[in-house]
Design a protein around this ligand. Structure first.
Ligand code: SAH
Length: 347
């Protein structure tokens, strides 16, 4: 079977083609054609001679993901893509159009093994890890789409789609370095946010990488009792250990950590919950992002009233915790991660 060259790093392409006795500098040309000029065949690479095009075609294919389905929200702000890879695995990637630019949400695994009680991505477990090249392909797919249709580009990115990035650590870090390279999109590390369910070793490892990406931690509860009900991973990494890791990440990288806090009616949204949360993270270089639950068909939880959400926010603010409520986008197209993939699998 021919090897897929799409998604490889420049160093990897160099290594592969020099093994075929082709000159090393050709790798840069191939990368430019694939990653900057949208080529999907070697024949399009006009500055590469016929003989070399043929050698390349005998060994490699340029396999981009295929678009299985696309949904646009009625307000036009959000577009969701279900992308398929060579082995039939499908993942969701989301484009959100803000007044400050285009941001995308990408998946790091097909499915997820974390088992969070409110989440659609984990309903069918984890299918497999995505490679760094596949994650790059998600970004490039949407970047191409934006350039062709809207004369825009991808500006910022969150690793908040399906999957737990820390359970696919090497590929995820390799991907963040790859998307930062000038021969791909040259996205600055500060424009990337990685969201984790709170894998403590992963957080410490990431802090030591010296790539200044932003970290978001899915906290979703102010104490172990509630958190363990919602997130089984809390039995392994308890809330105190997670918050301590968040503090270390902030201290090492000087980047403000965001704690994501999903608000679920009657579960974690009381005044006392807000007060306990404020005590938990007091004194940290951190902010709280309150996320009104996106109801998921497979799950039984409800979102609190807007008055309850406002009250929760107010309690945090009064205690000098920087907090915001996440603006909802794309609920009419089932934008909660994993929902569209589930519909696809179940079909
Ligand atoms: N595994 C990582 C990243 C993927 S989940 C993590 O846990 O952070 C990205 C975010 O979406 C997490 O904060 C997750 O808790 C949240 N999320 C999952 N299901 C949701 C739902 N139904 N409504 C709103 N947010 C949800």
């Amino acid at each position: 079977m021919l090897e897929n060259i799409y998604g490889l790093t420049l160093a990897e392409i160099e290594q592969k083609i020099t093994a075929l006795k082709l000159q090393k500098f050709r790798a840069k040309q191939i990368a430019d054609w694939m990653y900057k000029k949208g080529a999907s065949s070697f024949a399009e690479m006009t500055n590469i001679g016929k003989a070399m095009q043929e050698t390349l075609s005998e060994h490699f294919v340029i396999q981009r993901p295929t678009l299985i389905e696309k949904w646009d929200s009625s307000d036009g702000e959000t577009t969701k893509f279900l992308l398929g890879f060579g082995d039939g695995v499908a993942v969701e990637s989301v484009l959100m159009r803000h007044n400050y630019g285009s941001s995308i949400c990408i998946s790091t695994q097909a499915g997820c093994a974390m088992g969070c009680a409110f989440c659609a991505s984990t309903v069918h477990g984890v299918e497999r890890n995505l490679t760094s090249g596949e994650m790059l392909a998600e970004v490039l797919f949407i970047d191409d789409y934006l350039r062709q249709n809207e004369d825009k580009k991808v500006d910022t990115m969150v690793l908040m789609g399906s999957g737990e990035p820390m359970m696919n650590y090497e590929n995820v870090v390799k991907f963040m370095r790859l998307v930062h390279e000038p021969y791909t999109l040259g996205i600055s590390y500060r424009s990337i946010t990685l969201s984790t369910a709170g894998i403590v070793e992963g957080i410490d490892r990431l802090a030591a990488e010296e790539i200044p990406v932003s970290l978001a931690i899915s906290l979703h509860a102010p104490n172990d009792d509630i958190r363990s009900e919602l997130m089984p991973i809390n039995k392994k990494y308890g809330i105190a250990a997670v918050v301590a890791a968040g503090k270390r990440y902030g201290d090492t990288t000087k980047r403000r950590v965001t704690y994501e806090y999903l608000l679920i009616a009657g579960v974690n949204d009381s005044d006392d919950n807000a007060k306990e949360l404020a005590r938990l993270i007091r004194g940290q270089l951190a902010s709280v992002n309150l996320i009104p639950l996106n109801p998921v068909t497979e799950r039984d939880f409800k979102r609190p009233s807007s008055a309850r959400i406002e009250k929760f926010l107010q309690i945090l603010t009064e205690r000098h915790i920087a907090a915001t409520v996440r603006r909802e986008m794309g609920t009419d197209i089932a934008a909660a991660c994993g929902q569209l993939r589930n519909q696809h699998i179940e079909k």
